[in-house]
Design a protein around this ligand. Structure first.
Ligand code: ATP
Length: 301
């Protein structure tokens, strides 16, 4: 038995001439929360669909719970998933909705109340679904995905559209599920929504993996940045030119130049700017920030 819940090698999906997912490689260890992050359209849903056997792959291979994704019937009974937004009957209560799904899926009805308690909906079990907040609806969706008592839970953007409180509730639930042994593979287009609870991260950009590994490794890969501004708006391009001519990569963002350099290089840049006739109005070293690293890796600005 492998220690990996998911392993993919060179996995690809082509739609017509277009690679939606291109030769991706990553592993998700059992018992962890793995955040699957990337901008909209980067291929997260397509990957999840391939892992669930909902669509076929056009290249490479994948294993879920030690079985090939060519034979999803071997593992699907141990996987819970929420890919599209959950679909429930608006006029039925949360408990009634879950009971319908439990009956259809052949799962014990007794699990319904336990699951409602587990997702924090125990006291709203008898309220109609249509009266639920978006966060409650998502949590009911997660309860439905938990009906088979899965080893692996795959959730596509469960925090999308939620307010900060709802995001916090879903995050806490996912963390507690992983702490009791369920592997959680969860996607979001916002790293900030997942970074607190994720042990591992897989970052996608335009169908390709730009980072896969422990979140600590991503922190180590982070570059220190100097935030620089001149007195005149026209100085930005000149500062950018000075920094790049001195071997540092730099970009202009929000009317500031972001230079990849350690704090002790600030004096050198200050002198070079002065020699070029620029008076700096701001020269601030910034501590590494995961979201910035993410944007640099995914090429978003
Ligand atoms: P989102 O969060 O917006 O759903 P995503 O990261 O999940 O983004 P996918 O939905 O997997 O991305 O889409 C990846 C790419 O594949 C996109 O360019 C999308 O337009 C394309 N794509 C997805 N499904 C199909 C399809 N059935 N036919 C053709 N192209 C598709």
């Amino acid at each position: 038995m492998s220690t990996m819940a998911i392993s993919v090698r060179d996995l690809s999906k082509k739609y017509g001439d277009r690679m939606a997912v291109s030769h991706i490689n990553f592993d998700v260890p059992l018992g962890t929360v793995c955040g699957f992050v990337g901008p909209n359209g980067s291929g997260k849903t397509t990957t999840m669909r391939m892992l669930l056997g909902l669509i076929s792959h056009t290249g490479g291979s994948g294993q879920v719970l030690d079985a090939s994704i060519d034979e999803p019937e071997k593992y699907l009974s141990q996987v819970g998933a929420m890919i599209e937004g959950p679909a429930f009957y608006p006029a039925l209560t949360g408990a009634e909705n879950l009971k319908v799904l439990a009956t259809l899926g052949g799962f014990p009805i007794e699990r319904v109340q336990t699951l409602l308690d587990q997702v924090g909906l125990g006291d709203r079990a008898k309220s109609k679904y249509k009266t639920y907040s978006l966060g409650m609806k998502q949590r009911l969706g997660i309860a439905a995905a938990l009906l088979p008592n899965p080893k692996l839970l795959m959730l596509d953007e469960p925090t999308n559209g939620l307010d900060p409180e709802g995001i916090q509730e879903v995050r806490a639930l996912l963390r507690s599920l992983a702490d009791t042994g369920t592997t959680v593979f969860v996607s979001s287009h916002l790293l900030s929504e997942l970074e607190i609870i994720s042990d591992y991260l897989v970052m996608l950009r335009k169908g390709e993996v730009v980072f896969a590994g422990k979140i600590e490794e991503l922190l180590l890969a982070q570059q220190n940045v100097l935030i620089v501004k001149g007195q005149n708006p026209g100085d930005l391009e000149k500062i950018l030119g000075i920094a790049t001519s001195m071997g540092h990569s730099a970009t202009i963002r929000n009317s500031e130049v972001h230079v990849q350099a350690d704090a002790d290089w600030a004096a050198t840049l200050n002198r070079a700017a002065f020699d070029a006739g620029i008076t700096l109005a701001q020269l601030t070293p910034q501590l590494p920030n995961l979201e910035e690293t993410f944007f640099e890796m995914t090429g978003e600005k």
